[in-house]
Design a protein around this ligand. Structure first.
Ligand code: ATP
Length: 233
């Protein structure tokens, strides 16, 4: 589903933010991208999502060459990838339900079809009883849930997530990670960047580690023995 072949990304000044990155992710995988702050994790995710283009190399996502997509194809490509970046850009003057409804209305869905889908997405992330609240009235964890609902409302086959548990306490972080695991279990390919090692220990199936722009495939890690999968609601 995702393939990087000799990918380089430079923002100028002769420094490679990513250098000679090669890896593949198959459909249905659940992968963490680990690495210290500034290692290039967000840059990697933006390249997968088509929000940025590589300086050199080839990136294939769903058989499409992301770096070479014509301008008019880009919005369609981005819509097919559910992307949740670090800055959760929620509409502060709309309630939770409207935040999820909005991307459907602008992409031309009828009001009734959009409302049905938005309701299903809100339910899936566990925000059904908070749908009338505005983002600033929600906790950090619930804002993250709302961002997830908005990202999945177009039913993407691929979810790209940057630091979903930053600023959350341990319990909220695990509950958010559980939401992603549940989507993955119904077939959504999921790539999550995090520097939270304990989250990786709890959930990891496969870890790609970036340091200084170089990527190492650490392969599959066994989840921490003390946590059994599916133990949480
Ligand atoms: N748009 C940009 N213009 C110039 N430099 C950039 C840009 N985006 C990222 N960089 C640089 O690329 C490097 C990697 O940044 P990136 O955000 O990908 O790292 P990260 O691993 O996601 O870090 P963090 O965990 O702190 O978010 C940093 O040195 C950063 O300053």
């Amino acid at each position: 589903m995702i393939e990087f072949q000799q990918v380089y990304k430079s923002y100028g000044r002769g420094i490679d933010t990513l250098a000679d990155v090669n890896f593949g992710i198959a459909a249905g995988e659940f992968v963490f991208v680990s690495g210290p702050s500034g290692a290039g994790k967000s840059t990697l995710l933006k390249l997968i999502s088509g929000l940025d283009v590589p300086t050199r190399g080839t990136i294939l996502v769903n058989g499409q060459n992301v770096g070479k997509l014509p301008g008019r194809a880009r919005p369609y490509f981005r819509r097919a990838v559910g992307t949740i970046l670090q800055d959760v850009h929620l509409l502060q003057d709309r309630n939770a339900f409207e935040n999820v409804l909005f991307p459907l209305i602008v992409t031309g869905h009828s009001r009734s079809a959009a409302e049905k889908r938005a309701r299903a997405a809100i339910d899936k992330v566990g925000l059904a009883n908070k749908d009338k609240l505005r983002p600033q009235e929600l906790s950090g964890g619930d804002q993250q849930r709302l961002a997830i609902a908005r990202a999945i409302v177009n039913r993407p086959a691929l979810l790209i997530v940057d630091e979903p548990t930053a600023n959350l306490d341990r319990d909220s972080a695990q509950r958010i990670a559980d939401v992603f695991r549940d989507f993955n279990q119904v077939g959504v390919t999921t790539v999550i960047a995090t520097h939270d090692e304990s989250l990786i220990d709890d959930y990891a199936h496969r870890v790609l580690h970036i340091e200084g722009g170089r990527l190492t495939d650490l392969g599959a890690r066994t989840p921490r023995a003390s946590r059994s999968h599916g133990a949480r609601a």
